[in-house]
Design a protein around this ligand. Structure first.
Ligand SMILES: *Cc1c(COP(=O)(O)O)cnc(C)c1O
Ligand code: SF4
Length: 340
């Protein structure tokens, strides 16, 4: 099983160790030995290093940028369930992760006390879902696959018991950061629940190791659809070359590239931000040169919890004075602003 490394394990290996401690006081560092092994060079030119090692820019003065631009807190009518769209929602099962991905939209919760939902929390969420005719629940976190399988089974079984529920998705980074931990118990969960879908989070072709692909294959064999959500990250994957390789290799392994997310405007992530125009131009090139099956939606999550807007290769950008004007699914015009 992979070990967990903290920043003091890298005293001799990385530059600016002492300075970076300041960053990790606010946003702690954590990595698995497996993910560390994928790093070729402890340098900002390495896509795995960039995703997992702290950067001074995370704590630069950025008072105008929110910790929680999607007001996830306000969208929880019941604790730990984000209800933004009429018939679907996100359940936050725990706040446990094995790697602290530096671009994480929920990095604000890393220093919060560890939590995991208990039976009474779950019952509250399930009855909320029943009252609101929820059809589709995304179980997220943290990483839900790090909870005890009995707990996951309990949540899935209770949700599946509702008439309204049609599908349940599990969002996990375990296949990327610690595929060893995908064991028989996890695979049998996918075997048991026929309404379960897996959402993975691969951002770079180097993360598609033989071991990771073998574990995904075992889940695919249970008849489960696997979808991938990537984040467009400066220096990690913001090029046609890397994304075309990533998406084709995912598809070949029966993982459908589902979303390419514009990096969320979350405090502590500005060094990863890329302009939406760049995402669109990459999509345009992908459209010509790779299988349509391998091309994901490019999604921008609008601030204020206004929902996602999906951009395609031919999307026209409405931009004035550096501000973008996007329309959400309700037809509301939302201002999007990269206020770096
Ligand atoms: C993206 C998202 C969903 C699911 O949206 P799909 O388009 O169905 O994948 C649900 N809830 C929230 C809060 C989301 O951000
Ligand atoms: S595993 Fe997910 S929740 Fe955890 S740090 Fe990474 S992106 Fe954030």
């Amino acid at each position: 099983m992979p070990e967990i490394f903290r920043l003091n394990d890298y005293k001799e290996k990385i530059k600016n160790y002492t300075g970076l401690k300041k960053v990790t006081d606010r946003y702690p560092f954590k990595i698995t030995s497996y993910y560390d092994n994928l790093i070729e060079k402890y340098s900002k030119r390495d896509p795995i290093y960039l995703q997992s090692f702290p950067d001074f820019k995370e704590i630069e003065n950025s008072r105008s940028i929110s910790n929680d631009p999607f007001r996830e807190k306000n969208k929880q009518n019941v604790d730990k369930f984000i209800h933004r769209y009429p018939n679907r929602g996100v359940l936050l099962l725990n706040n446990i992760c094995l790697v602290h991905c530096r671009h994480c939209m929920r990095k604000r919760i890393w220093t919060k006390k560890k939590y995991e939902l208990n039976t009474s929390d779950i019952n509250n969420i399930v009855s909320y879902c029943e009252k609101n005719n929820i059809e589709d629940v995304i179980i997220s976190g943290g990483d839900p696959l790090l909870s005890e399988k009995e707990l996951l089974d309990e949540v899935i079984t209770k949700l599946s018991g509702l008439n309204s529920i049609k599908l349940i998705r599990i969002g996990s980074r375990l296949p990327v950061v610690a595929p060893q931990k995908i064991n028989k118990k996890i695979i049998s969960l996918f075997n048991k629940h026929r309404n379960l879908y897996l959402l993975t989070h691969f951002n770079h072709p180097r993360e598609l190791t033989d071991l990771a692909m073998d574990k995904v294959k075992q889940i695919v064999k249970t008849g489960t659809y696997v979808f991938n959500q990537s984040v467009l990250l400066k220096g990690v994957n913001d090029s046609y070359k890397i994304l075309s390789e990533l998406f084709m290799n995912l598809l070949k392994n029966k993982i459908k590239p589902y979303y390419l997310h514009q990096c969320d405007l979350v405090k502590g992530t500005t060094h990863f931000w890329v302009k939406p125009e760049k995402g669109i131009s990459i999509l345009k090139k992908l459209e010509g040169y790779i299988s349509g099956l391998a091309i994901p939606y490019f999604a921008v999550d609008l601030p204020g919890g206004k929902g996602k807007v999906l951009l395609g290769p031919n999307s026209k950008i409405n931009k004035k004075n550096g501000k973008y004007y996007f329309k959400n699914y309700k037809g509301e015009e939302i201002i999007y602003y990269l206020n770096q």
